[in-house]
Design a binder for this molecule. Sequence first.
Ligand code: CO
Length: 365
Amino acid sequence: MSDRHLDRIRRAAKQAEADGFDALLVAPSADLMYLAGYDPPPLERLTCLVVRPGTEPVLLVPELEQPRALASPVGDELDVTTWRDGDDPYASLAPLLAESGRFAATDRMWAVHLLGAQRVRPGAEFAPGSTVLAKLRSIKDAEELELLSRAARGADEAFRHLADSRLEGLREEEVALLLGSLLTETGHESVSFTIVGSGPNGASPHHEPGGRTIRAGDPIVLDFGGRIGGYCSDISRTVCVGEPPSGFEEVYDVVRDAQEAAFRAVEPGVPAREIDDVARRVIDSAGYGDRFIHRTGHGIGLEEHEPPWIASDNGEPLEPGMCFSIEPGIYLEGRFGVRIEDIVAVTDEGAQRLNRASRDLETVA
Ligand code: CO
């Protein structure tokens, strides 16, 4: 049994009530992992934790998954009920839901399950679960902060090893494989993504590493991460193989200044969009505003992208315990890209960088 998880379920019920919901439907996802420590794969078979204000929570699972559900951290505390193959799982879900209630369903519930729930409760209103759960999940507790710091330090170390390696002559996909094994060696239990954008490929922010061979004079955008203890790392650095091409250093300095200015702007009470504004103003005033083609950052935790969004449309105030990326970039088509990304945590006074890798331009071999 896990008091931590039961406490989270209780807080989720309270938050759902405060937000005017009759129940929270939690499908297999980071939301279920967060609330119950239970991590079954999402399946065509319905699994759903139903959290209701004022009533005990119920975990509805397919009968064959019952032993697993009972073995989970909250298995002996929760009411675990089952449905059997051949029966209608939504008929088992229906009695747990008020006739014409308001329900929040986790963002990652499969459409087939949400549509099934809507079929048995046609008079009900459904909303995204993140409207409730982001308020809990975006504030990290001490244990979560420790895991995010460990993940960030592992990613820093992987970057250090990579920057000390010889990259000239390797294909992007080989560098991506190397990054993957470095993430594993630095304590990650899994690798989530390894972006390697060399030369002109760096101008595509999410470039898929391919067969391009890295040459002298190439800038390389590296963006990679994995998981430690279930929590994600995510770091970007842009390095250059030998002498940088003309104009590169100027662009690099603009991105580094934007990243620094945004970091310095972080403190409790500041709206998330202000961090985006600050980064954007630095890049705008250098004349590259229209080449900064994405938001400044995203929250991170059990998922590599989760609220809070550090974007122009998010007026939510920052709070101590929030963790997110600050990753401005400039992308020049046909030439190169530059992105610098650290994960930061909001503290009582300001912010702390979880990544410590140098942000100075690294020349690699
Ligand atoms: Co990121």
